[in-house]
Ligand binder design. Sequence first.
Ligand code: G3H
Ligand code: 13P
Ligand code: ZN
Length: 335
Amino acid sequence: MVNYKDLGLVNTRAMFKKAIEGGYAIPAFNFNNMEQLQAIIKASSELKSPVILQVSKGARNYANPTLLRYMAQGAVEYAKELGCAHPEIVLHLDHGDSYELCKNCIDLGFSSVMIDGSSLPYDENVALTRKVVEYAHQYDVTVEGELGVLAGVEDEVQAEESHYTKPEEVIDFTSKTGVDSLAISIGTSHGAYKFKPEQCTRDPKTGKLVPPPLAFDVLDAIMKQLPGFPIVLHGSSSVPQEYVDIINANGGKLPDAVGIPEEQLRLASKSAVCKINIDSDSRLAFTAAVRKVFADKPGEFDPRKYCGPARDLMEELYKHKITDVLGSDGKLAQC
Ligand code: G3H
Ligand code: 13P
Ligand code: ZN
């Protein structure tokens, strides 16, 4: 049993409170490999932003859970080396799907876990979430629960259709479970194809898809029920068209990929939405950079020569998200 406090990590409680009061959101970036982690830490440290490092079940299977935890521990030291004397780094389990998985992460040194019971019947979601909270809170680990279903298909997260969170359920859910934050469904979804072309309109000038707006009325109704309660948005990649274009121009095939416009995320960040999850944009940046190197230099076979540019592009992306979308730059309690 390792306690996250001994690793220099923090939980989400104080950072969410400060983010809601300050009208910004904390970036929650997924990582699966060293280059992503380096880019996240470099961007957040240089910009003095708190940050949430997210590990999914798929990431654990890909990289090994113990190794990921040591990487996060190393990330704290790296942030200090980069000049952040008091980094605020959360190690968070993304989309935990069982009590055992959440417990294992807590025992390994995670400072925050998500238990995603959103696909279960309501009462089962409450019971499972409550059980995780009871274990986590013994160690001061914070817990994210979810109500409502996001559409999207990925390795570990699958749903055909989205169902918005019902505002009339949120008080009952948060009081019965004791969760520290609530992930909601208001029209975001996982992956690079967030909307079907028939749900969008097309920009007549560019021919690109324009997605429907998020359900801010549902968010407002939830915030009315739970004033000041930390709200989380999953599925918040914007699917930058410049990356999609680079990928498609260099042998890729991502037709009609579409994400959430950044202006809408900026707006959400000013509300009680205090954690915004971004994974796909980083995957797109990585892939765009690698495809470009392979197309320009077919003889290249040193992984540092294509993973290096991928890392640089991800760092640029994370800096842009922190500064221009979430507004968390300069928000460390102590520098
Ligand atoms: O919300 C899901 C994250 O993007 C993680 O995806 O399960 O493919 O690692 P993954
Ligand atoms: P994206 O697929 O939009 O990046 O969402 C990531 C996410 O919600 C991780 O939990
Ligand atoms: Zn998610």
